[in-house]
Design a protein around this ligand. Structure first.
Ligand code: DAU
Length: 342
C-alpha cells in the first residue's frame, strides 16, 4: 500500500514509519509540520530510502494535503499528527483545537475526496476521561477533561461521523500511555529518565499515586499496523499495554535502573484537572490477533538504556525551546516541592 503517515517525525509516528517500511509492503510518505516535537533526527537513517518520502507541511493546509494525496496516489492515511501534551494544552488550548480538531477535519475531507481506501485516526485512551474503577470499552461514552483530550475526542467524533455519513472507511485506535526511545522529554518517562541521568529533581505531581497503563512504542505501532491491515471500517480499537502502575512506582523503577537515589523525587503541585486513572479493555483488538509483547520491566530497562546511550539526542532538545517551557512549568513548583521521604 502507498501510505501517508502524518506526524511521522514525532515519537509514535517515526516508529510507525520505520515499522511500515521494514514490513516491505508499503511505500511511505511522511507529512510533518516539524513543530517543537517533530524531529528529523528520528528519521536520519532513512535518507535516500527508495520507498520513503518526507514532505514538510501542515495537516491544516488543504491545498498541500490535496496535492500530496494526488501526486503520491495515496491509498491509506494514518493520522499521527497531533498536539499531545496535557500540560501544554493547559497553557495553550487553542493550538490543540486547531491541529487535533480542525487539522483532522481537513485531512479527513481531503482523503475522502481523493478516494483513499483506509483512514486510520491514532487517538488516545484519555478521551474516556478518568476511570476510577473498571476498564473503558470502545463504545463507552466519552468524558474528556483536559483541552488535549477534549480536542482528541472532537477529532475522533469527526472521523467516526464520516463512516456514518459517507461510508468512508475510517478506523480509530485509542492507545494508552506510550513510552520508548525518541520520546520528546516533556512526557513523564523521558523527563524523569533524563533528569535522573543529570542528577536533577524528578517533579512528581500530587501524591504520585495516579495510575497509567504503560504501552511500549513497538507494541503500540504493531497495534496500529494490525488495525490498518485487519480492522473493520467504522470501528474503534483500544490499544493498551496491560501494565497499570502508579507514577511513584514507575519513578522508583527508573531510579533503580539508573542506580540513583530516591531523594531525587520531588512531590510538586499537581496538574490542574489531573485524571486519576486510565484503564482500557483491549479484548476487541486481542480478538483480531494482536497482543503486546514487551514486559514493562524489560521495556523500561531498555528505554532507560537508550536515553543513557543517546545523550546527544535529548541534550540538543533540552537546551533549546524546552528550557523556557521547563522553567515556566516547573521552576516555581520545584522550589516549593517536597523531597521524597521528608
Ligand atoms: O493515555 C495516553 C496519553 O498518555 C497520550 O494520549 C498523551 O499524549 C500522553 O501525553 C499521555 O498523557 P498523560 O498526561 O498521562 O502523560 P504524561 O507523560 O504527561 O504524564 C503521565 C503521568 O505522570 C500523569 O499522571 C502525570 C504524571 N506526571 C507527568 C509529568 C510530565 C508527573 O507526575 N510529573 C511530570 O512532570
Amino acid at each position: 500500500m502507498r501510505v501517508l503517515v502524518t506526524g511521522g517525525a514525532g515519537f509514535i509516528g517515526s516508529h510507525l514509519v520505520h515499522r511500515l517500511l521494514a514490513s516491505g509492503q508499503h511505500d511511505v510518505v511522511n507529512l510533518d509540520a516539524l513543530r517543537y516535537s517533530g524531529n528529523l533526527d528520528n528519521l536520519a537513517d532513512l535518507t535516500g530510502h527508495a520507498r520513503y518520502t518526507f514532505v514538510h507541511a501542515d495537516i491544516c493546509d488543504a491545498t498541500t494535503v490535496r496535492s500530496i494525496l494526488r501526486d503520491h496516489r495515496v491509498e491509506a492515511v494514518i493520522n499521527c499528527a497531533a498536539e499531545t501534551h496535557v500540560d501544554r494544552s493547559i497553557l495553550d488550548p487553542g493550538s490543540f483545537a486547531k491541529t487535533d480538531v480542525v487539522g483532522t477535519g481537513v485531512l479527513l475531507e481531503e482523503s475522502r475526496q481523493a478516494g483513499v481506501h483506509r483512514f486510520l485516526q491514532v487517538s488516545t485512551d484519555e478521551v474516556y476521561g478518568s476511570v476510577e474503577i473498571g476498564h473503558s470499552k470502545e463504545e463507552d461514552s466519552l468524558a474528556p477533561r483536559s483541552p488535549y483530550s477534549a480536542s482528541k475526542a472532537g477529532g475522533d467524533l469527526l472521523v467516526l461521523s464520516y463512516w456514518t455519513t459517507y461510508h468512508f472507511p475510517v478506523l480509530v485506535t485509542r492507545g494508552s500511555n506510550t513510552y520508548g526511545p525518541n520520546q520528546y522529554p516533556e512526557k513523564f518517562i523521558p523527563l524523569f529518565v533524563t533528569n535522573a541521568i543529570d542528577d536533577q529533581p524528578l517533579p512528581l505531581y500530587g501524591d504520585g499515586r495516579y495510575r497509567r497503563d504503560w504501552l511500549a512504542v513497538d507494541d503500540h505501532c504493531a497495534g496500529i499496523e494490525h488495525v490498518l491491515n485487519h480492522g473493520q471500517p467504522g470501528a474503534i480499537y483500544n490499544v493498551g499495554g496491560g501494565n497499570e502502575k502508579e507514577n511513584l512506582t514507575v519513578a522508583e523503577l527508573i531510579l533503580h535502573y539508573l542506580g540513583k537515589p530516591k531523594s531525587l523525587i520531588r512531590f510538586v503541585t499537581d496538574r490542574p484537572g489531573h485524571d486519576r486513572r486510565y484503564a482500557i479493555d483491549c479484548s476487541r483488538l486481542r480478538g483480531l490477533g494482536w497482543q503486546p509483547k514487551v514486559s514493562f520491566e524489560e521495556g523500561i530497562r531498555t528505554t532507560v538504556e537508550w536515553y543513557r546511550t543517546h545523550e546527544a539526542w535529548w541534550k540538543k532538545i533540552k537546551s533549546g525551546e524546552f528550557r523556557t517551557y521547563y522553567d515556566e512549568m516547573y521552576g516555581r513548583r520545584l522550589q516549593e516541592g517536597r523531597a521524597c521521604g521528608s
